[in-house]
Design a protein around this ligand. Structure first.
Ligand SMILES: [Zn+2]
Length: 214
């Protein structure tokens, strides 16, 4: 796999470094960082910066569990040998899967579209899922009420914002509208964390939503 061309926004990486992302989004970011030297380097920079800034952090401004995450990371990562970047605990995708991508029990959602929903903490607020599109298939045009992080694991898709290949990360918020469609000859598999249900823009999409549960 060549180095990814699309990366999380700096503010998303900074939130991840501070332990402020929910588990679903943390898994997507952690999975991208594992294969992206550029983001791994950026993360270490945030983490050493974070150690210095931690004393200035306003605890009241953070959610309770976010603070807990930060505390857990202090215990886990900010040890005397601070430069040895310890792996992020419990945020590797493998912790949520029984096997590899080829062992997944896919659930049908629409012609050419399958999904596999995974239980992540904060499950009601944000959902972590794998979605598989057959070539030429995709999700009807939609925007987001919250953030949507997508890591392309296999294949490729195009969505009007660009072309995305394995390793690329798409970091979207409520200002973006897009319609991803798988391109190429093999199915496209994405790891997606959504902070809120999608907001479909067409009658067809709206009509399908109760059934596809996206
Ligand atoms: Zn990256």
């Amino acid at each position: 796999m060549s180095s990814p061309h699309h990366h999380p926004k700096p503010e998303t990486l900074a939130e991840y470094a501070a332990g402020r992302l929910d588990e679903a989004r943390s898994v997507v970011i952690a999975s991208h960082i594992e294969i992206c030297p550029r983001c791994a380097a950026e993360l270490s920079a945030y983490e050493s910066l974070g150690g210095a800034l931690l004393e200035d952090t306003e605890p009241a401004a953070m959610r309770d569990d976010a603070l807990e995450n930060v505390l857990a990371r202090i215990g886990a990562n900010v040890t005397p040998a601070q430069s040895d970047a310890a792996p992020k605990p419990a945020s590797a995708l493998s912790a949520f899967m029984d096997g590899g991508l080829d062992d997944i029990k896919w659930q049908w959602v629409a012609p050419g579209v399958h999904q596999h929903v995974m239980k992540a903490q904060g499950y009601r607020d944000s959902v972590l899922r794998l979605v598989k599109f057959a070539p030429g298939k995709g999700v009807p045009v939609h925007s987001h009420k919250g953030e949507e992080l997508t890591l392309l694991m296999r294949g490729a898709y195009r969505d009007g914002l660009g072309e995305w290949r394995a390793g690329d990360l798409s970091d979207l918020d409520q200002d973006h509208t897009h319609e991803p469609i798988a391109i190429g000859s093999e199915p496209c598999i994405c790891l997606i964390a959504t902070a809120a249900p999608l907001e479909f823009k067409t009658m067809l999409g709206k009509a399908l939503q109760p059934f596809v549960r996206l």
